[in-house]
Design a protein around this ligand. Structure first.
Ligand code: URA
Length: 194
């Protein structure tokens, strides 16, 4: 993309000191997401955890450190991609977001996608994949192939993969995740980006 910064700034201003859902009362701060406003690759997770709520930045805790390694293994860096979440405020005790929270916050990640216009999106875990692809299928059945994400006029290849927090608990998920990342690397090379 190009010109993503103006769009992202407008979205951040629209969010403001958001009190649209009950998560506002339990958070330290809203976590907007960060990285290159014109990134070719966008990572989308679920919601901030404790470390992210404190830092104000997405994926900075243990799962985030693993994500940083994954991005490095792809030949990229955190600064060259955009990292965000479906839900912008930490759910209490890291519980799953509720349907009302998903529908209230959902328009903002879609607006961020439209501002950034990435060439490809990787969703991390069940919540992001199921929300963006409007499906109830488990990540294990969705991962391993590209889906098409449609937001207004945009059609963006989307690769669902396991969440890095799941990877930290399940060594066995490392190989499938790397297979998914390799497919994204191949697509970026095909497009002349990597
Ligand atoms: N898990 C997520 O889904 N997002 C974060 O930002 C951190 C942990």
């Amino acid at each position: 993309g190009n010109g993503g910064q103006a769009g992202l700034t407008a979205i951040r201003e629209e969010l403001g000191n958001c009190t649209r859902c009950r998560l506002a009362s339990g958070r330290i701060q809203l976590v907007f997401g960060q990285g290159d406003p014109d990134a070719d690759l966008m990572f989308i997770g679920e919601a901030p955890g404790r470390d992210e709520d404190i830092a104000g930045e997405a994926f900075v805790g243990a799962a985030g450190q693993l994500l940083t390694k994954m991005i490095g293994a792809m030949g990229l860096s955190r600064e060259k991609v955009f990292i965000g979440n479906i839900i912008k405020c930490r759910p209490p005790r890291n519980r799953d977001p509720e349907p009302e929270e998903m529908s209230t916050c959902g328009p903002f990640i879609r607006a961020q996608i439209k501002a950034i216009r990435p060439q490809v999106i990787i969703t991390l875990g069940r919540i992001a994949a199921q929300d963006l692809l409007a499906t109830d299928a488990p990540v294990g059945r969705l991962r391993g192939r590209f889906h098409t994400l449609r937001v207004d006029d945009l059609e963006i290849p989307l690769m669902p993969t396991y969440h890095p927090a799941y990877l930290l608990r399940n060594e066995g998920a490392k190989r499938p995740v790397w297979e998914d990342l390799k497919q994204v690397i191949a697509l970026l090379k095909e497009k002349g980006i990597l």
